[in-house]
Design a protein around this ligand. Structure first.
Ligand SMILES: C[S@@+](CC[C@H](N)C(=O)[O-])C[C@H]1O[C@@H](n2cnc3c(N)ncnc32)[C@H](O)[C@@H]1O
Length: 345
């Protein structure tokens, strides 16, 4: 595996192009975050990634489109069912993505929400390629950054790439569901994999007043840790689909619901679920029981949720609050008439 050579001008132009794309795609970003994307290169972290062609993920490196794709605002899949793109044969692999470099504009929104300043202690759950960890190092200082991922294969590659660009944060193979007690407490915790409920270990390891940014139930939540041990916050406006935190017991469910076996999907259901605003509301109504419901019950719940969503004038995810603590975890929405609806997560 080789890291392709490109001249400095070409790489600088590519980073400027990516930073402009990120600014176009995001709400107003802090200049610190944009500056981080201008300074930290993405290409060393994704020397090989998968392209999907006809159901196969095929590894691609240093071909004609490689640099353009690396610096485009797009997800780059780097592991499929545990097979890293750097280890795959040219014929490719079939399966589901298990690691990737996240959509840069979504990374930017999450980093902005995390408010990373020099010297804050940061934990990242989901090191993946190491690119986000590098941006965290640029913003906080590498000595303050700890990042964990599931396997030694992933973290060893990320650690090497981070060193190549001049950063030496703590990068550890560990189940992120347990956070990383070794460097706790943290002022900032960011997860780049999705959870249905916030692992309580993250609450314990976050200092009072600290921030937690986490994909929670199909949206990104930004919570502030309170001195009483709970955390409260809101959801970011943009939709976000993340691969789940695996084997942690708190993983987000796979997005697929029951199949359209009884033919009801054509009513309110399937097309409405394409609207990310409604999908978020429907996800709260369906709750964790979705995996056990029959197709008929599933679509009945989706239709009822759709009626209530329209009755409530299509509330946007950023109007919901979220709270998490040892006593329970909830999302809530207060309508203009003062009525509050609360869903357990
Ligand atoms: C979207 S990728 C992370 C992207 C990464 N931040 C980057 O910049 O490349 C999600 C990552 O979460 C990791 N992950 C999933 N379950 C995990 C767990 N239980 N503990 C730690 N990491 C986990 C996956 O292995 C995957 O690398």
């Amino acid at each position: 595996m080789t890291i392709p050579d490109h001249d400095e001008d070409q790489l600088l132009r590519a980073r400027i192009m990516l930073a402009s794309e990120i600014e176009r795609a995001s709400a107003v970003l802090s200049s610190r975050v944009v500056e981080a994307f201008l300074n930290v290169p993405r290409h060393p972290f994704v020397p090989v990634f998968y392209r999907e062609e006809g159901g196969f993920h095929r590894p691609c490196e240093n071909d004609a489109g490689w640099l353009r794709e690396v610096y485009a605002d797009r997800v780059l899949v780097t592991e499929v069912d545990g097979v890293h793109a750097e280890d795959a044969g040219p014929e490719g692999v079939r399966g589901a993505a298990t690691s990737s470099s996240t959509l840069p504009s979504l990374m930017a929104d999450m980093l902005d929400a995390l408010d990373v300043r020099p010297g804050v202690r940061v934990l990242e759950v989901g090191t993946g390629t190491g690119y986000n960890a590098a941006l965290l190092c640029h913003l906080a200082g590498a000595a303050h950054v700890t990042s964990v991922d599931r396997t030694e294969r992933l973290v060893a590659a990320a650690r090497t790439r981070l060193r190549e660009v001049g950063f030496a944060p703590t990068v550890v193979a560990a189940d992120g569901a347990g956070g990383y007690p070794g460097d706790a407490p943290y002022d900032r915790i960011i997860a780049t994999c999705g959870v249905r409920r916030l692992p309580l270990t993250w609450l314990d390891q976050c200092a009072p007043g600290g921030l937690i940014v986490v994909p929670l139930g199909g949206a990104v939540a930004r919570l502030t840790r309170l001195p009483d041990g709970r955390a409260v916050g809101r959801f970011l406006p943009r939709p976000a689909a993340f691969m789940p935190l695996r084997d942690g017991g708190t993983a987000a469910p796979e997005p697929a619901g029951p199949t359209d076996a009884d033919g009801r999907a054509g009513e309110a259901g399937s097309s409405a679920l394409d609207d990310p605003g409604f999908a978020f509301w429907a996800g709260l109504h369906l709750g964790p029981a979705v995996a056990r419901s029959s197709p008929r019950d599933f679509w009945r719940t989706v239709e009822a949720a759709h009626r209530s969503w329209l009755d409530q004038h299509c509330p946007r995810r950023e109007w919901f609050t979220v709270e998490a603590g040892p006593e329970g975890q909830f999302a809530s929405y207060t309508a203009p008439d003062g009525t509050t609806t609360r869903w357990p997560l």
